[in-house]
Design a binder for this molecule. Structure first.
Ligand code: TRP
Length: 449
């Protein structure tokens, strides 16, 4: 079955869908946990550098490729550079998207568990200690996390298989602004906590002595992960853009809104971390321990909590749908599989790896590869290695190989001074800044030599 090439009807549709892909667990779960582990302000600074200096130009590069070819990742590189090695982007895309889908589904599964825990009022537990134990006993219980992971992937499968994607996306376009509003309410609530200042200082005051190669690598990975950048997700999305869609502006809006959500999440979490005497470097479980403490101290907390985790679940779903699409398109095109079969294959692979990731908090927690549990390995490998490599290839391709006329046409460059300057800055970033920065972070962060 070939898909009809649709186009986004309105400018709002373009922004909402692109931002919808970017905003997800990456902002609300991953950003606070990574910032907590990597020293707060220093990490935020690196993250912001990579989002606006490297991320925005690379988003533009993916947009240029996508809209010009009107095709998915594999197809796009085949059209622009037939028979060349650039097709390797296809392999990076499929590997990274499957790794991400696997561990992402585990965390999305936690949100499902927490919808039910909220409904039960966290079984009457209110103390910080009690809520911590509740998370640990859940994560270590083995069958429950696996069950939620599989259930989440089933939801993902049903949406993809039944072609009700459009419906979900339309619904999320209404619900995501609601998520944003709820985050604002929680942020105001956190700002009124006794230790709010300490939390804000931790998040916003960079301690330059904390900038280590590891922080650089982590900040770069977070920027790519949060922007859905580096594996061609945005190539696919922008293939649906209209000719009139202003790419640079859309790139900035996406990056800006995405960053805003991450920072809001930080403003919610860190004041609470210090007020309740929790550990900022708690790792992946941070948000799932801190949020319940916040909710249990809020009037009508259980209603807020239930509603919040439902919205977070939907935000995750729109992100995983976009991830699945990458490997499904690949299976269909490369192996001439039917779409239904490709969808099943994608979900089955994610179910196997996802279950293993879920178990790596419980019975498989002792199994370490390069010192990482399977969950952490998947996260590290995809976010910190594969996505930046994908971003590097994309920026080199658009900066050095792609015909300048295509760039000028897609970016809507006129003869005005401002317009020429924009083009020059973007090309400079793509040619030099992005590849060199990513390369240097790899060399130091991964200790290559
Ligand atoms: N950006 C999303 C988030 O923050 C996750 C995501 C969706 C993603 N699609 C992607 C990450 C493609 C990398 C590549 O939750």
């Amino acid at each position: 079955m070939t898909e009809k090439r649709a186009q986004f009807a309105t400018r709002l549709g373009v922004i909402a869908t692109t931002v919808g892909s970017a905003v997800g667990l990456g902002n609300i779960w991953r950003f606070p946990y990574e910032a907590g582990v990597h020293g707060g302000g220093a990490f935020l600074l690196i993250d912001l550098f990579f989002i606006f200096v490297i991320g925005v130009p690379v988003i533009c590069a993916e947009f240029i490729i996508g809209r010009h070819t009107g095709s998915n990742v594999r197809g796009a590189f085949k059209i622009l550079a037939p028979g060349k090695a650039w097709g390797v982007m296809g392999y990076i895309g499929i590997a990274a998207s499957l790794l991400i889908l696997s561990f992402y589904s585990v965390v999305a599964g936690w949100t499902l568990e927490y919808i039910f825990q909220s409904l039960s009022g966290f079984s009457g537990v209110h103390t910080v200690e009690g809520l911590h134990n509740q998370f640990d006993s859940f994560a270590q219980s083995d069958w429950r996390p696996v069950m939620w992971t599989l259930l989440f992937l089933m939801c993902n499968y049903m949406i993809l298989a039944r072609g009700v994607r459009k419906g979900i996306e339309r619904m999320s376009n209404i619900l995501m602004p609601l998520l944003f509003l709820i985050l604002l309410v929680f942020a105001v609530n956190s700002l009124r906590m006794p230790e709010a200042m300490r939390g804000l200082e931790f998040l916003f005051k960079p301690d330059f002595s904390k900038i280590t190669p590891e922080v650089l690598l982590g900040g770069m990975g977070q920027a790519f992960f949060s922007l859905s950048l580096g594996l061609g997700c945005l190539i696919t999305y922008s293939s649906y853009f209209k000719k009139e869609t202003p790419l640079v502006k859309t790139a900035f809006t996406t990056a800006g809104l995405d960053t805003l959500v991450s920072i809001l999440a930080g403003v919610i979490i860190f004041p609470a971390v210090f007020t309740f005497g929790q550990e900022p470097a708690a790792g992946p479980k941070l948000v799932f321990e801190v949020l319940p403490s916040i909710f249990s101290n809020l009037p009508g907390g259980m209603i807020w909590s239930t509603f919040f985790f439902i919205l977070l679940f939907l935000a995750s779903l729109t992100s995983t749908i976009s991830m699945s699409e990458i490997s499904i398109a690949y299976f269909v095109e490369e192996f001439k599989m039917s779409r239904a079969k490709a969808t099943r294959l994608n979900i089955v692979i994610a179910m196997v790896f996802g279950s293993l990731c879920a178990l790596s908090f419980g019975c498989m927690s002792g199994i370490k590869i390069f010192g990482f549990t399977l969950f952490n390995l998947f996260d590290f490998l995809s976010s910190n290695v594969l996505l930046p490599i994908g971003g590097m290839i994309t920026s080199i391709f658009v900066g050095w190989v792609l015909d300048r006329a295509i760039l000028r046409e897609e970016l809507g460059i006129s003869s005005s001074r401002m317009s020429r300057l924009t083009m020059a800055v973007i090309v400079f970033c793509l040619r030099f800044v992005a590849p060199v920065c990513i390369g240097l972070v790899f060399i130091f962060g991964l200790n290559i030599f």
